[in-house]
Design a protein around this ligand. Sequence first.
Ligand code: HEC
Ligand SMILES: [Cu+2]
Length: 337
Amino acid sequence: MKRELLAIGIVILILIGLPVGVFIYNRQHTNPDSPERLITIQAAVPEAGGFQPSAIKVTAGETVTLRFTSVDVTHGIAIGPGLGIDLGHVDPGHVQEVSLTFEKAGTYTFYCNTWCSPDHWRMRGTVDVIDPANPDAAPSPYHDPIIEQLVEEGVNIDANTTMDMPDHPQPDVLRFDQPASIEQGHILAASLVIPTELADTEWRLTHTPIEGLALLENNNPSISMSDLINVIAYMWTSDTPPEDIQWAEEYYNKNCAACHGQTGEGNGPAADQTAQSPVAFADFTYMFGMRSDVLYAKIRRGGMGTDMPNFGTLLTPEETLRLVGYLWQLAFKDRPN
Ligand code: HEC
Ligand SMILES: [Cu+2]
């Protein structure tokens, strides 16, 4: 009896749902009076032209439907920064579409987030959102306080850490392959003297774990080095809340793992196509000498004379910081020794 009811319910849902669905579809796409524009964007691997068109213009406040199709292989479609749009895969002969209203003038980027070819990461297009009241306005100058601060400090963010900076600090205590335990560090942190700088999130953003370790050691001379390292591992991973880490893990797996490897070993399936090997974030001796603000700048700007793509036009500053938080997880997360 219950089953029958369920079956009837489903039939009714289909009967009602179908015409409603078609109605919305018609209204959006075939009604010539409809003010909404449908823009079809064809996806092909970058070697065959990438997105066509690759630059579109819309007016702020205008609702447009972007319909993506693929003419060759499976692509993945995302739009950023800060829109949270990930349409998933678009297979050849199928479409993925989204209707959206850009409220503010600015530039957005649609991009492929599925490894589709050696030049995959070049597969990007732009949406220029024009302010109708001021159509010729140049985009407002781009401000990034974190990067501006680094430049002021004289940090060369375009240097390649592993190639151009051979003196990248690696203290003797880290020369052996010592596993760090965030969990043990968390427990121990409560009983140690934590100097004020080290307790400050802002300070940690602009300093390396090595610098933190030195401070911690001075204040807790009787604690073993491996315990101190655990506390540092805990502190550097405590700045990003779990839900942000979850977001970052998903983003990393789609957009970074092909090169840097899913567990951060630097050995993703595309790693042997890059001129320099992608950095291994799981190598915690390397990460002990890195600063969050520098990692942030490198993700946003890419380049450095390597095949590292830039993600500054795809991610908001907040999203980039979440990714940095995830890199610290890859460096320190508890793994079997
Ligand atoms: C096309 C392959 C590729 C992809 C995709 C990629 N990277 Fe990279 N990345 C590299 C290469 C190559 C380097 C330079 C290696 C080196 O520094 O020696 C690099 C360097 C970096 C660095 C700087 C390392 C340093 O100390 O100089 C960071 C941080 C980084 N990548 C993060 C990311 C993140 C986060 C993502 C995803 C959002 C990502 N990368 C996607 C290839 C890639
Ligand atoms: Cu792709």
